[in-house]
Design a binder for this molecule. Structure first.
Ligand SMILES: [Zn+2]
Ligand SMILES: [Zn+2]
Length: 385
Protein backbone atom coordinates (compact mmCIF):
# COMPACT_ATOMS: atom_id res chain seq x y z
CA UNK A 1 0.00 0.00 0.00
CA UNK A 2 1.32 3.40 -0.88
CA UNK A 3 0.93 6.51 1.12
CA UNK A 4 -1.36 8.77 -0.84
CA UNK A 5 -3.25 10.19 2.13
CA UNK A 6 -0.30 10.79 4.44
CA UNK A 7 1.75 12.65 1.91
CA UNK A 8 2.26 15.86 3.85
CA UNK A 9 5.39 17.86 4.39
CA UNK A 10 7.41 16.44 7.23
CA UNK A 11 9.76 19.04 8.78
CA UNK A 12 12.11 16.24 9.80
CA UNK A 13 12.82 15.60 6.15
CA UNK A 14 15.13 18.25 4.84
CA UNK A 15 13.79 20.14 1.88
CA UNK A 16 16.15 22.94 0.92
CA UNK A 17 13.68 24.98 -1.11
CA UNK A 18 10.96 25.06 1.54
CA UNK A 19 11.23 28.28 3.45
CA UNK A 20 9.99 27.74 6.97
CA UNK A 21 10.47 31.34 8.09
CA UNK A 22 7.99 33.97 6.97
CA UNK A 23 9.11 36.03 4.05
CA UNK A 24 9.93 39.67 4.76
CA UNK A 25 7.78 42.30 3.11
CA UNK A 26 9.05 43.19 -0.34
CA UNK A 27 10.66 46.58 -0.70
CA UNK A 28 9.71 47.17 -4.31
CA UNK A 29 6.33 47.34 -5.89
CA UNK A 30 5.89 45.57 -9.18
CA UNK A 31 5.62 48.07 -11.98
CA UNK A 32 5.11 47.97 -15.69
CA UNK A 33 8.43 48.11 -17.45
CA UNK A 34 9.11 51.08 -19.66
CA UNK A 35 10.76 50.17 -22.89
CA UNK A 36 13.69 52.54 -23.06
CA UNK A 37 15.44 51.97 -26.37
CA UNK A 38 14.03 52.65 -29.80
CA UNK A 39 10.63 53.87 -30.84
CA UNK A 40 8.40 51.04 -29.74
CA UNK A 41 5.16 51.65 -27.94
CA UNK A 42 5.25 51.10 -24.20
CA UNK A 43 4.56 47.60 -23.02
CA UNK A 44 0.95 46.57 -22.95
CA UNK A 45 1.04 44.49 -19.82
CA UNK A 46 -2.09 42.88 -18.52
CA UNK A 47 -3.14 44.37 -15.23
CA UNK A 48 -4.31 42.59 -12.15
CA UNK A 49 -3.57 39.25 -10.55
CA UNK A 50 -4.62 35.85 -11.82
CA UNK A 51 -4.04 33.57 -14.75
CA UNK A 52 -2.90 35.07 -18.04
CA UNK A 53 -4.03 32.96 -20.97
CA UNK A 54 -4.62 35.71 -23.51
CA UNK A 55 -2.60 38.53 -24.95
CA UNK A 56 -3.93 42.02 -24.40
CA UNK A 57 -6.01 43.43 -27.24
CA UNK A 58 -4.74 46.09 -29.57
CA UNK A 59 -1.70 44.44 -31.11
CA UNK A 60 -1.22 45.73 -34.63
CA UNK A 61 -0.16 42.26 -35.76
CA UNK A 62 -1.67 39.06 -34.59
CA UNK A 63 0.29 36.70 -36.81
CA UNK A 64 3.77 35.35 -36.14
CA UNK A 65 6.85 36.70 -37.88
CA UNK A 66 10.11 34.88 -38.47
CA UNK A 67 13.32 35.57 -36.56
CA UNK A 68 16.47 35.98 -38.54
CA UNK A 69 19.16 33.32 -38.26
CA UNK A 70 22.48 35.05 -38.99
CA UNK A 71 24.76 32.03 -39.21
CA UNK A 72 22.48 29.15 -40.13
CA UNK A 73 23.09 27.47 -36.76
CA UNK A 74 20.83 29.52 -34.51
CA UNK A 75 17.61 27.76 -35.57
CA UNK A 76 17.50 26.16 -32.08
CA UNK A 77 17.45 29.63 -30.51
CA UNK A 78 14.78 30.95 -32.87
CA UNK A 79 12.51 27.95 -32.35
CA UNK A 80 12.71 28.27 -28.55
CA UNK A 81 12.19 32.04 -28.64
CA UNK A 82 9.11 31.68 -30.86
CA UNK A 83 7.55 29.38 -28.25
CA UNK A 84 8.32 31.75 -25.36
CA UNK A 85 7.15 34.80 -27.33
CA UNK A 86 3.79 33.13 -28.02
CA UNK A 87 3.00 32.36 -24.37
CA UNK A 88 0.77 35.13 -22.94
CA UNK A 89 1.95 34.35 -19.39
CA UNK A 90 5.59 34.86 -20.43
CA UNK A 91 4.70 38.12 -22.20
CA UNK A 92 2.97 39.33 -19.07
CA UNK A 93 5.82 38.24 -16.83
CA UNK A 94 8.44 40.05 -18.90
CA UNK A 95 6.25 43.15 -19.03
CA UNK A 96 5.63 43.29 -15.30
CA UNK A 97 8.94 42.44 -13.63
CA UNK A 98 10.82 45.42 -12.28
CA UNK A 99 14.01 45.42 -14.26
CA UNK A 100 14.77 47.76 -17.13
CA UNK A 101 14.34 51.01 -15.25
CA UNK A 102 16.83 49.74 -12.64
CA UNK A 103 19.22 47.84 -14.91
CA UNK A 104 22.67 49.33 -15.06
CA UNK A 105 23.93 47.13 -17.86
CA UNK A 106 23.98 48.02 -21.51
CA UNK A 107 21.01 46.47 -23.27
CA UNK A 108 23.35 44.26 -25.31
CA UNK A 109 24.99 42.94 -22.14
CA UNK A 110 21.83 41.91 -20.29
CA UNK A 111 19.77 38.87 -21.22
CA UNK A 112 16.74 40.11 -19.28
CA UNK A 113 16.77 43.47 -21.09
CA UNK A 114 17.35 41.62 -24.36
CA UNK A 115 14.38 39.31 -23.83
CA UNK A 116 12.13 42.17 -22.78
CA UNK A 117 13.13 44.21 -25.81
CA UNK A 118 12.62 41.38 -28.27
CA UNK A 119 9.22 40.35 -26.93
CA UNK A 120 8.01 43.93 -26.72
CA UNK A 121 9.17 44.73 -30.24
CA UNK A 122 7.72 41.51 -31.59
CA UNK A 123 4.21 42.45 -30.51
CA UNK A 124 4.21 46.20 -30.09
CA UNK A 125 6.44 47.57 -32.84
CA UNK A 126 4.53 50.14 -34.85
CA UNK A 127 4.37 49.35 -38.52
CA UNK A 128 6.14 46.06 -38.10
CA UNK A 129 6.67 44.62 -41.52
CA UNK A 130 9.62 42.34 -41.04
CA UNK A 131 11.22 40.21 -38.40
CA UNK A 132 12.84 42.09 -35.51
CA UNK A 133 16.37 41.60 -36.79
CA UNK A 134 18.05 44.13 -34.51
CA UNK A 135 16.36 43.00 -31.28
CA UNK A 136 17.23 39.36 -31.87
CA UNK A 137 20.86 40.26 -32.64
CA UNK A 138 21.07 42.25 -29.40
CA UNK A 139 19.75 39.27 -27.45
CA UNK A 140 22.32 36.98 -29.10
CA UNK A 141 25.06 39.39 -28.05
CA UNK A 142 23.77 39.49 -24.47
CA UNK A 143 23.66 35.67 -24.38
CA UNK A 144 27.27 35.59 -25.56
CA UNK A 145 28.40 38.05 -22.86
CA UNK A 146 26.40 36.68 -19.93
CA UNK A 147 26.97 33.08 -20.98
CA UNK A 148 30.75 33.40 -20.95
CA UNK A 149 32.10 30.18 -19.46
CA UNK A 150 28.61 28.88 -18.66
CA UNK A 151 28.56 25.15 -17.89
CA UNK A 152 24.78 25.16 -18.22
CA UNK A 153 24.87 26.48 -21.78
CA UNK A 154 28.26 25.88 -23.38
CA UNK A 155 27.01 27.08 -26.77
CA UNK A 156 26.31 30.60 -25.47
CA UNK A 157 29.57 31.80 -27.02
CA UNK A 158 29.66 29.62 -30.12
CA UNK A 159 28.17 29.85 -33.58
CA UNK A 160 27.40 26.13 -33.41
CA UNK A 161 23.99 24.60 -33.32
CA UNK A 162 23.09 23.95 -29.69
CA UNK A 163 20.28 22.41 -27.70
CA UNK A 164 17.12 24.53 -27.24
CA UNK A 165 16.55 23.01 -23.80
CA UNK A 166 20.02 24.14 -22.67
CA UNK A 167 19.11 27.63 -23.85
CA UNK A 168 15.79 27.46 -21.97
CA UNK A 169 17.63 26.57 -18.76
CA UNK A 170 20.12 29.38 -19.34
CA UNK A 171 17.42 32.00 -19.97
CA UNK A 172 15.57 30.80 -16.87
CA UNK A 173 18.78 31.14 -14.85
CA UNK A 174 19.32 34.68 -16.12
CA UNK A 175 15.75 35.64 -15.19
CA UNK A 176 16.15 34.01 -11.78
CA UNK A 177 19.32 35.98 -11.06
CA UNK A 178 17.46 39.17 -11.87
CA UNK A 179 14.60 38.54 -9.48
CA UNK A 180 14.55 39.93 -6.00
CA UNK A 181 15.55 37.55 -3.29
CA UNK A 182 12.04 36.74 -2.20
CA UNK A 183 10.19 37.17 -5.45
CA UNK A 184 7.99 34.27 -6.47
CA UNK A 185 6.97 35.49 -9.94
CA UNK A 186 9.36 33.32 -11.94
CA UNK A 187 8.82 30.43 -9.54
CA UNK A 188 5.09 30.51 -10.21
CA UNK A 189 5.69 30.80 -13.94
CA UNK A 190 7.88 27.73 -14.52
CA UNK A 191 8.53 25.68 -11.35
CA UNK A 192 7.14 22.21 -10.75
CA UNK A 193 7.24 21.11 -7.10
CA UNK A 194 7.01 17.40 -6.39
CA UNK A 195 6.63 15.51 -3.16
CA UNK A 196 7.26 11.80 -2.77
CA UNK A 197 6.11 9.00 -0.51
CA UNK A 198 6.96 5.33 -0.20
CA UNK A 199 6.49 2.64 2.38
CA UNK A 200 9.49 0.61 3.55
CA UNK A 201 8.95 -3.08 2.94
CA UNK A 202 11.31 -3.94 5.81
CA UNK A 203 9.89 -1.86 8.66
CA UNK A 204 6.60 -0.73 7.14
CA UNK A 205 7.52 2.82 7.97
CA UNK A 206 6.52 5.81 5.88
CA UNK A 207 9.12 7.79 3.97
CA UNK A 208 8.07 11.12 2.56
CA UNK A 209 9.44 14.50 1.62
CA UNK A 210 9.98 16.97 -1.16
CA UNK A 211 12.09 16.66 -4.27
CA UNK A 212 14.28 19.46 -5.62
CA UNK A 213 12.24 21.87 -7.70
CA UNK A 214 12.29 21.41 -11.46
CA UNK A 215 11.40 23.86 -14.25
CA UNK A 216 10.42 21.14 -16.71
CA UNK A 217 9.25 17.55 -16.87
CA UNK A 218 11.93 15.29 -18.35
CA UNK A 219 10.79 12.52 -20.66
CA UNK A 220 13.74 10.18 -21.23
CA UNK A 221 13.03 8.09 -24.32
CA UNK A 222 16.10 5.89 -23.96
CA UNK A 223 14.98 2.57 -22.53
CA UNK A 224 11.46 2.84 -23.89
CA UNK A 225 12.34 2.84 -27.57
CA UNK A 226 9.62 1.56 -29.84
CA UNK A 227 7.18 1.26 -26.94
CA UNK A 228 4.50 3.23 -28.74
CA UNK A 229 3.79 5.22 -25.59
CA UNK A 230 2.08 8.57 -25.84
CA UNK A 231 2.85 11.63 -23.71
CA UNK A 232 0.36 10.66 -20.99
CA UNK A 233 2.12 7.28 -20.58
CA UNK A 234 5.53 8.92 -20.34
CA UNK A 235 4.34 11.52 -17.83
CA UNK A 236 2.84 8.78 -15.67
CA UNK A 237 6.33 7.35 -15.32
CA UNK A 238 7.44 10.64 -13.77
CA UNK A 239 4.89 10.11 -10.98
CA UNK A 240 5.41 6.42 -10.28
CA UNK A 241 9.04 5.48 -10.04
CA UNK A 242 11.33 2.71 -8.88
CA UNK A 243 14.45 4.20 -7.40
CA UNK A 244 17.18 3.31 -4.95
CA UNK A 245 16.54 5.04 -1.63
CA UNK A 246 17.49 4.53 1.99
CA UNK A 247 14.78 4.15 4.64
CA UNK A 248 14.67 7.15 6.99
CA UNK A 249 12.83 5.41 9.81
CA UNK A 250 15.07 5.15 12.93
CA UNK A 251 16.01 1.56 13.83
CA UNK A 252 14.72 0.11 10.57
CA UNK A 253 16.05 -3.45 10.69
CA UNK A 254 15.90 -4.14 7.00
CA UNK A 255 18.20 -1.37 5.94
CA UNK A 256 21.87 -1.02 6.63
CA UNK A 257 22.29 2.68 7.06
CA UNK A 258 23.60 4.24 3.89
CA UNK A 259 22.70 1.35 1.63
CA UNK A 260 19.91 2.31 -0.71
CA UNK A 261 17.46 -0.31 -1.97
CA UNK A 262 15.02 -0.16 -4.82
CA UNK A 263 11.71 1.33 -3.67
CA UNK A 264 8.38 1.93 -5.33
CA UNK A 265 7.76 5.63 -5.05
CA UNK A 266 4.68 7.75 -5.64
CA UNK A 267 5.02 11.40 -6.55
CA UNK A 268 2.59 14.30 -6.46
CA UNK A 269 2.62 17.84 -7.74
CA UNK A 270 2.48 20.18 -4.75
CA UNK A 271 2.88 23.41 -6.71
CA UNK A 272 2.16 23.66 -10.41
CA UNK A 273 3.61 26.18 -12.86
CA UNK A 274 1.67 28.50 -15.18
CA UNK A 275 3.88 27.34 -18.06
CA UNK A 276 4.76 23.66 -18.20
CA UNK A 277 7.84 22.77 -20.26
CA UNK A 278 8.20 19.14 -21.29
CA UNK A 279 11.59 17.99 -22.55
CA UNK A 280 11.65 14.89 -24.74
CA UNK A 281 15.15 13.53 -24.27
CA UNK A 282 16.01 11.72 -27.46
CA UNK A 283 19.71 11.09 -26.98
CA UNK A 284 20.66 7.49 -26.29
CA UNK A 285 24.22 6.58 -25.37
CA UNK A 286 25.42 3.13 -26.35
CA UNK A 287 27.90 1.95 -23.72
CA UNK A 288 29.27 -0.75 -26.00
CA UNK A 289 29.99 1.36 -29.07
CA UNK A 290 30.44 4.66 -27.23
CA UNK A 291 28.16 6.30 -29.77
CA UNK A 292 25.28 8.64 -28.96
CA UNK A 293 22.34 8.33 -31.30
CA UNK A 294 18.95 9.96 -31.55
CA UNK A 295 15.67 8.18 -30.86
CA UNK A 296 13.08 9.07 -33.49
CA UNK A 297 10.02 7.59 -31.72
CA UNK A 298 6.80 9.47 -32.33
CA UNK A 299 5.28 10.55 -29.00
CA UNK A 300 1.69 11.67 -29.63
CA UNK A 301 0.70 14.57 -27.39
CA UNK A 302 -2.71 16.02 -26.55
CA UNK A 303 -3.90 19.59 -26.97
CA UNK A 304 -5.22 19.50 -23.39
CA UNK A 305 -3.01 17.73 -20.87
CA UNK A 306 -4.81 16.69 -17.69
CA UNK A 307 -2.55 16.26 -14.65
CA UNK A 308 -5.35 16.35 -12.04
CA UNK A 309 -4.67 12.79 -10.88
CA UNK A 310 -1.16 13.80 -9.84
CA UNK A 311 -2.11 16.67 -7.53
CA UNK A 312 -2.09 16.01 -3.78
CA UNK A 313 -5.80 16.59 -3.35
CA UNK A 314 -6.75 15.55 -6.91
CA UNK A 315 -7.82 19.11 -7.67
CA UNK A 316 -8.18 20.09 -11.31
CA UNK A 317 -4.90 20.75 -13.09
CA UNK A 318 -5.12 21.08 -16.86
CA UNK A 319 -2.84 22.58 -19.48
CA UNK A 320 -3.36 23.69 -23.08
CA UNK A 321 -0.68 23.32 -25.75
CA UNK A 322 0.91 26.61 -26.90
CA UNK A 323 4.24 25.74 -28.48
CA UNK A 324 6.25 22.89 -29.95
CA UNK A 325 9.94 22.79 -30.83
CA UNK A 326 10.73 20.05 -33.32
CA UNK A 327 14.02 18.79 -34.71
CA UNK A 328 15.03 17.01 -37.87
CA UNK A 329 18.41 15.33 -38.00
CA UNK A 330 20.56 12.59 -36.57
CA UNK A 331 21.88 14.44 -33.53
CA UNK A 332 21.01 17.53 -31.51
CA UNK A 333 24.01 19.44 -32.88
CA UNK A 334 23.09 18.95 -36.51
CA UNK A 335 19.97 19.13 -38.65
CA UNK A 336 17.34 21.82 -38.16
CA UNK A 337 14.94 23.10 -35.50
CA UNK A 338 11.54 24.65 -36.15
CA UNK A 339 8.66 25.81 -33.94
CA UNK A 340 4.89 25.56 -34.09
CA UNK A 341 3.09 28.17 -32.02
CA UNK A 342 -0.50 28.88 -31.10
CA UNK A 343 -1.83 31.88 -32.99
CA UNK A 344 -3.99 34.55 -31.37
CA UNK A 345 -7.23 33.45 -32.89
CA UNK A 346 -7.17 29.82 -33.93
CA UNK A 347 -4.80 27.09 -34.94
CA UNK A 348 -1.05 26.98 -35.05
CA UNK A 349 1.63 28.43 -37.32
CA UNK A 350 4.89 26.66 -38.05
CA UNK A 351 7.95 28.89 -38.31
CA UNK A 352 11.42 28.05 -39.58
CA UNK A 353 13.85 30.89 -38.78
CA UNK A 354 12.65 33.82 -40.94
CA UNK A 355 9.97 31.85 -42.76
CA UNK A 356 6.40 30.99 -41.99
CA UNK A 357 6.14 27.45 -43.34
CA UNK A 358 2.45 26.88 -42.96
CA UNK A 359 -0.61 27.36 -40.89
CA UNK A 360 -1.87 24.19 -39.27
CA UNK A 361 -5.14 23.63 -37.51
CA UNK A 362 -4.74 22.26 -34.02
CA UNK A 363 -6.00 18.83 -35.00
CA UNK A 364 -3.51 18.66 -37.86
CA UNK A 365 -0.63 19.63 -35.60
CA UNK A 366 -1.56 16.98 -33.07
CA UNK A 367 -1.83 14.17 -35.54
CA UNK A 368 1.26 11.98 -35.31
CA UNK A 369 3.36 12.40 -38.40
CA UNK A 370 1.74 15.73 -39.21
CA UNK A 371 4.93 16.81 -40.83
CA UNK A 372 6.15 14.84 -43.80
CA UNK A 373 9.65 16.10 -43.23
CA UNK A 374 10.55 13.80 -40.33
CA UNK A 375 10.64 16.33 -37.56
CA UNK A 376 10.78 14.87 -34.04
CA UNK A 377 9.17 16.68 -31.12
CA UNK A 378 11.86 18.06 -28.80
CA UNK A 379 10.11 20.50 -26.44
CA UNK A 380 6.45 21.13 -25.60
CA UNK A 381 5.11 24.22 -23.90
CA UNK A 382 1.74 24.03 -22.17
CA UNK A 383 -0.13 26.85 -20.44
CA UNK A 384 -2.32 26.26 -17.40
CA UNK A 385 -6.02 26.53 -18.14
ZN1 LIG B 1 18.99 44.43 -17.87
ZN1 LIG C 1 12.43 0.83 6.87
Amino acid sequence: MLLRSTNKYDPAVSAPYLKTEPRPARKHKSKVTKYRAGKSKPWKAIKGPGRVTKFPGGFKHSWPVGLTNPNGAYCYRRALLQCLIHLPAVYNYLGSIPHQSDCERRISACVVCGLQTLVNKYWNEKGRISFPREAVAILDKAIRIRGHGSAMFPDAETNNQGDPHDLFMFLHDQLERNEFKWSTHLDRLFSVYRSYAWECEDCGGPNQGNDPVSVYIPIPLAGSQGSGHDLDDHIEKWFYGEENRTCNVPNCNGTTVGTPKEREIDYWITQSPEVLCINLQRQAYNHVTGVTSKIHDEVPYPEVLDLSEYTEDESELRYRLYGVVAHRGKGADEGHYIASVRKHKAGFATISDESLINYATTSRLLKPGHSKQNFDTALLFYLKI
